[in-house]
Design a protein around this ligand. Structure first.
Ligand SMILES: Cc1cc2nc3c(=O)[nH]c(=O)nc-3n(C[C@H](O)[C@H](O)[C@H](O)COP(=O)(O)O)c2cc1C
Length: 204
């Protein structure tokens, strides 16, 4: 599976065909291939070169340890969470071929607003998802209130968590999902008057 040759689809077809999935089997990317995929993350746009992204790669037995930490965080943040939901989370975090924590090192006191640092982290995560897809892997970005838990953040060595990526090889060929029509989400602004988007006109 390891190869330095990009997937044969054109880059643009690949961008349009990426689809999130948690129906994942081994293998997950390893070694140079994983480094190449994460390299796409650390070359996202980043105001002030703050490099906020911190990728925490978890596989093997460490997945169960992470699952335990995540559920403990969820119990602190949302004590009313039903047992069934917690069991499902333990199962997912323990059995995905690989989990990548989307950690953030944030600088609240500098010139660059926190929101921009979070956006740079998110742009990195998106590049990783696209990199996975280009290399023939798949994944899904998940998050929850557990990402705000200070104890979990300390354990993972970060100031914030943009979520986690579940990573592996899609079990089925990725499903073709219905996607929004971009024409509803764009306008050509003529410089006059207030902008109104087709999608919002339809909904109102
Ligand atoms: C920041 C962020 C957090 C997300 N958290 C979850 C989540 O916890 N659970 C979930 O099912 N989807 C979550 N999603 C949505 C999925 O990652 C995915 O985008 C969605 O299933 C649609 O699939 P698509 O990427 O193929 O359009 C999240 C997306 C983002 C950007």
């Amino acid at each position: 599976m390891t190869s330095s040759v990009p997937h044969s689809k054109t880059a643009f077809q690949a961008l349009l065909s990426r689809s999130s999935t948690d129906d994942l089997l081994t293998p997950a990317p390893q070694g140079e291939q994983l480094e190449r995929i994460l390299s796409a993350g650390v070359r996202a746009p980043d105001h002030g070169k703050l490099r906020p992204w911190r990728y925490i790669v978890v596989q093997g037995d460490a997945r169960a340890a992470l699952a335990h930490e995540v559920v403990a965080a969820l119990e602190r943040q949302a004590p009313e969470t039903p047992e069934k939901k917690k069991e499902k989370m333990v199962h997912r975090f323990s059995t995905m071929p690989m989990v990548i924590g989307l950690g953030m090192a944030l600088r609240p006191d500098g010139k660059i607003p926190l929101q921009e640092q979070v956006m740079a982290s998110a742009a990195g995560a998106m590049n990783v998802l696209n990199g996975l897809h280009l290399e023939g892997f798949g994944g899904v970005w998940v998050s929850g209130v557990y990402c705000d838990d200070r104890t979990l953040l300390t354990r993972l060595g970060v100031d914030g968590l943009a979520g986690f990526l579940f990573v592996g090889t899609p079990q089925e060929p990725e499903r073709v999902k219905r996607r929004p029509d971009v024409a509803h989400y764009m306008v050509d602004w003529n410089g006059l008057g207030d902008v109104s988007f087709p999608v919002d006109e339809r909904e109102s």
